[in-house]
Design a protein around this ligand. Sequence first.
Ligand code: SAM
Length: 327
Amino acid sequence: MGKLSRDKRDVFYRLAKESGYRARSAYKLLQIDSRFHLLGPSTDDNDDGTSRTDGSDGWRPPRVHRAVDLCAAPGGWSQVLAQCMERVCEISHRPSIVAVDLWPIEPLDGVKFIRGDITSIDTAKSIIQHFEGERAELVVCDGAPDVTNRHSFDEYIQSQLLLAAINIATHVICEGGTFVAKIFRGRDVGLIYTQLELLFGQVTCAKPTASRNASIESFVVCQRFGHGKLPFEKCLDLELEGSWDELCGGVGSLRLVPGEPVRPTTVPFVSCPDLEGVQLPEGVDFLDSDKSYPVQEAKAPLAPPIQPPYEQGIAKAKEARAARHKG
Ligand code: SAM
């Protein structure tokens, strides 16, 4: 949860605090879900609770019993996953969620936490081992680097997180499963879509209204794993180390078949609207993530960060001040 006064003036920050979510980003996943019905039955579902029919060919997104939340701290998306999956899972089939981050998170009921770097092979292996050969129906990744505002560099780091997430996803998602990940819509995004379409039958770019217009952040919603341009068996055949490179040469080299350059693709872009039935905070008549509202009385954070990286910065600044005073 942000500490800047800009964040405190943000309506989704206030909503998150009032609703018990650890991060305002919880609303991004809720809005994506309300548009795509990834996490549970929608109003137009069958009476038996099976997911609604989504494709003209009668295809249905699988019911989510197992999910992976990559780059999960402080745990807002994991809270949403746990709540929604608890609602739709049968008693005989309890939800299983694995959350991963560089930084520790406060424990959450029903969520197994793994501390690690998603770009490292050991973390990837621990996630895969957790499911003991079973596959997850959903993998989400809200990973973001510490933004430097050097846009090309930030986009590059973001795309490395995305590639690491895809790499892990290809090893844990079941056929027909879903992958949702943050993406920066920079210059080369069309090439990433091209590669995602190798793996998934349906790729959409979504912008929840909880994500500020000013931000280049969006989310790729990739559905129907194993129904893309590569056959499912080929997707499963990959070795973990370097598998993305084996698959398509990676974003760096941008080649699908030797000698043939990858052509950037465009995918549908959709906005994910506000959630119905959300109780608006006092003095708010419209959920506008770009607007600043007056700061309200400060409430204690719901899950204060454990060992936040900024602590080191504060300690160093203190040391530097003390050294200046001495000198
Ligand atoms: N979805 C989270 C929530 O709702 O609470 C918020 C995620 S926050 C925007 C981005 C997270 O990405 C940070 O907690 C950061 O530590 C994590 N992250 C960045 N790089 C990572 C990496 N290489 N491996 C694991 N986590 C990473």
